[in-house]
Write a protein that binds this ligand. Structure first.
Ligand code: GLA
Length: 768
């Protein structure tokens, strides 16, 4: 709801209010962003007061304004505000500009050209500001979304003069908060360790988070969380910020000496420059903002809903993903059609729904060094091509998908030999490689057109149901002949990528696209606007994944997080784990397995069959239910969370431990957000773990090839039932007290939870 009255602009969501005004000097002052407040005649009870001793002033007879001290909706170079600014330009070597309020509009169909947008906007407030000296128009956009507390903000700059200007910085959102005692949480990491949660006090001066590698990056995700000190999972004030963009991003957090914090985010301005000629308009990507007065979980919850409803779109929105089998970790580049079909046949018997062939199916690709760009099948491995393989997999009753890395080119490829000019590179320097590959220049429209046609042909030929869109290096040599200034190239690359994705996802609306970038290097809202999920990390070892997923879940919903069960010991950590623990961790995401199912022991095969069946029964709840963290793997002794469906009929409770501990602490599985008056069944998911180790060893080694014999053999495997915890209780008891979970193994009397190091358990809660 947007209200404009007496020069006040008030943006309300169900639980929050965002408020600013035009002051008598024609400048915008920010007043408030926080818990909802009703409409008032005037808001002077909340507004800035003059003061603070010395400071630049802008004044007329009736109004004093201290630009460096007050809360400003936007700020510009040279006009007295010496903090970080939303906009920086240069015209004839002159950076100064001053924008005054000119008017506003409320529109219903706002969408940013060429960039991914949040859908289903309720309304958009457009504020028009004008600098009459420089003949520049600066527009601010604020949008609301039905039933959600997330608002989006963006900006655009139009040049109405016949002289060009250079934009040095154009961010998407500026927010001044008149408090300064905050904890900042960010999601940082690297390959195989993406989005760990890091918390620190916001110190004086500027903290800058961001990415400059061309992509949103695994180093620093664009999501940040600012919490008032004392905020917990379920209480306290906090602010979330994210960006609907996949390229270089920046977040400035500035604590100034007048008890204020300024938050800014947008395209990273380091190494950015854009030439804006007469009548041209530049649009920044949309920033998303959310405020919660009920702690982190509520903020997460608003973001999850916002993403599921307004970012993910098309056929796959709110739809269950098929259970996937990807052979990469088991096969890498070494396979032939016979081997693939043997795996696919077994996969069908076990309950899989989608079979994915990863890297190595095209050109002469037998290793990392060649063929990226040659998107035609390797007939030595696949004599009947992708067309033949796809038909045979479909005939087995499975969906079929392929891996691509479309933005890349290998030096040893037909594409490179034919079109060396397609490579993104500086004319004078040898281009840098990463994983032996170069990037294509997506700032060049011819390259984008070429990819649209080549990939369309390949997708059609393979009759594909799924595409894994990988991107295994970052931008360097950022030089394109299509840029007027080279500071434009990284953003022009993104515009080219978005045109490519927009065209292909519209042309193939039913293909399930999954974004990947050496694991989770491009896990952002921009990619999710085209692909409903991203491969979260190449690290699938369950304990590491608990951390990676907890960080990711802070900002992104379960449905968007690609999570697979892979082999043990894990290739990234060499840590061994039970297949049941690997499943318990992976089940919350866009789920599948990454192993050779023909090589599994009988006991693991049995577990896998039961896991897939259990997953299918619960997958909608797991992917789209409301997620609440109850104990953090980063800040507490163990991880626990629950996922509950909005009608409160069922929930799932997860517990994940660090190291086994003798005489471990008592854990109460509490599940709030149920119906207090209803009765629920609380039931542990039965796991196949037998602690008589000698017997387990024997079973681990037994692999029955023939599926019918296997089905006969498994009857003798006895799952461990001694610890299965089943309780019937009132919703109110489960919400207020919780179920006391059995103690961990450590001698003494049964029942006990047999939890080894990094062990996990899952409990299903169903209304009776
Ligand atoms: C990346 C991905 C993997 C796999 C390989 C193939 O590393 O993250 O999942 O697809 O590429 O080369």
């Amino acid at each position: 709801m947007i209200t404009v009255e007496n020069n006040y602009f008030k943006i309300d969501t169900p639980n929050t209010t965002y408020l600013f005004k035009v002051n008598p000097l024609g400048l915008l002052e920010h007043i408030y962003y926080g818990k909802y407040i009703p409409n008032e005649e005037d808001y002077s009870f909340l507004e800035e007061m003059p003061g603070f001793g010395y400071g630049i002033e802008k004044e007329d007879a009736s109004y004093h304004f201290h630009p460096n001290h007050s809360s400003n909706e936007v700020s510009f170079r040279g006009r007295g505000d010496n903090r970080e600014l939303i906009l920086e330009i240069e015209k004839d070597d002159d950076p100064e500009c001053e924008f005054f309020y000119k008017g506003y509009d409320i529109i219903n169909d706002f969408s940013i050209p060429g960039l991914p947008n949040a859908l289903n906007k309720e309304a958009t407030l457009v504020i028009h500001l004008y600098d009459s000296k420089k003949k520049l128009e600066f527009n601010l956009y604020y949008s609301t979304y039905k039933g959600n507390d997330v608002i989006t903000k963006s900006t655009s700059l139009k040049n109405n003069d016949n002289k060009p200007i250079t934009i040095r910085r154009i961010l998407s959102s500026q927010l001044d908060i008149a408090k300064d005692d905050f904890i900042l949480k960010t999601l940082d990491g690297l390959w195989a360790k993406e989005r760990y949660i890091h918390a620190r006090e916001v110190g004086y001066g500027v903290t800058k988070i961001g990415a400059q590698c061309g992509f949103s990056s695994s180093e620093h995700n664009p999501f940040i969380l600012l919490e008032e000190k004392g905020t917990t999972l379920n209480s306290g004030d906090c602010y979330g910020l994210n960006l609907i963009y996949s390229g270089n991003h920046v977040e400035y957090i500035e604590r100034s000496n007048v008890h204020k914090v300024r938050l800014l985010n947008g395209i990273n301005d380091s190494s950015f420059a854009w030439l804006l000629s007469e009548n041209e308009e530049f649009y920044s990507p949309e920033a998303t903002l959310c405020f919660s007065s009920k702690g982190e979980n509520e903020l997460t919850h608003q973001y999850h809903r916002f993403i599921n409803e307004n970012i993910v779109r098309g056929y796959w929105q709110n739809r269950d993903h098929p259970v996937l089998l990807n052979g990469w970790e088991a096969l890498t580049f070494t396979f032939n059609e016979e081997k693939l079909l043997k795996i696919a046949k077994r996969a069908k018997d076990l309950g899989f729904e989608l079979f994915v062939l990863d890297d190595g199916w095209f050109g002469k690709r037998n290793g990392e060094k060649s063929s990226l760009g040659d998107w035609f099948p390797n007939l030595e491995k696949l004599p009947e091509g992708i067309k033949g393989l796809s038909k045979k997999v479909h005939d087995l009753g499975l969906l079929f998908g392929l891996w691509y890395e479309p933005e890349m080119i290998s030096k040893d490829s037909d594409l490179f030999r034919k079109h060396p000019e397609f490579v993104l590179r500086h004319p004078d320097y040898e281009p840098l490689t990463m994983r032996f590959q170069y990037m294509l220049d997506l700032a060049n429209p011819t390259v984008v057109d070429y990819l649209i046609e080549t990939l369309s042909k390949s997708f059609n030929e393979g009759n594909l149901d799924y595409v894994k869109w990988d991107c295994n290096r970052v931008l360097s040599d950022c030089y394109s002949t299509y840029s007027k200034l080279q500071g434009e190239t990284a953003h022009r690359y993104m515009l080219g990528l978005y045109r490519l994705l927009d065209t292909l996802t519209k042309r193939f609306p039913k293909i399930l696209f999954e974004s990947c970038a050496s694991g989770g290097r491009r896990s952002d809202l921009g990619m999710l606007a085209y692909m409903p999920s991203f491969w979260c990390s190449d690290d699938t070892e369950p304990y590491e994944r608990m951390k990676i997923q907890e960080g990711t879940l802070l900002a992104y919903p379960q449905s968007t997080i690609g999570a697979h069960v892979s082999d043990s010991p894990n290739k990234q950590t060499l840590r061994s784990s039970e297949i049941e623990d690997r499943f318990n961790v992976a089940m919350i995401g866009a789920f599948g397995y990454e192993l050779d199912v023909t090589e599994l022991s009988d006991i693991d095969t049995l577990s896998l069959i039961e896991e897939i069946a259990w997953y299918k029964e619960n997958r909608h709840l797991l992917a789209y239910g409301d997620y609440y963290l109850t104990s953090s793997i980063f800040f507490d002794n163990y991880q626990s969370f629950y996922i509950v469906n909005p009608n409160k009929e069922e929930a799932i409770y997860f517990l994940g431990k660090k190291l086994f501990e003798f005489n471990s602490e008592t854990i109460f599985a509490k599940v709030a957000n149920l119906d207090p008056k209803e009765t629920y069944l609380f039931k542990e998911r039965r796991q196949n773990f037998d602690f008589y180790l000698e017997r387990k060893r024997k079973l681990d080694n037994r692999k029955t090839e023939d599926f019918e014999t296997f089905m006969a053999n498994i009857k003798e495997i006895k799952p461990l039932t001694s610890e299965e915890q089943i309780v019937t209780l009132k919703g109110e008891s489960l919400m207020n007290a919780g179920v006391r979970l059995y103690y961990e193994w450590g001698s003494g009397h049964l029942p006990k939870r047999i939890m080894t190091d990094f062990g996990t358990r899952v409990y299903k809660i169903t209304k009776c």
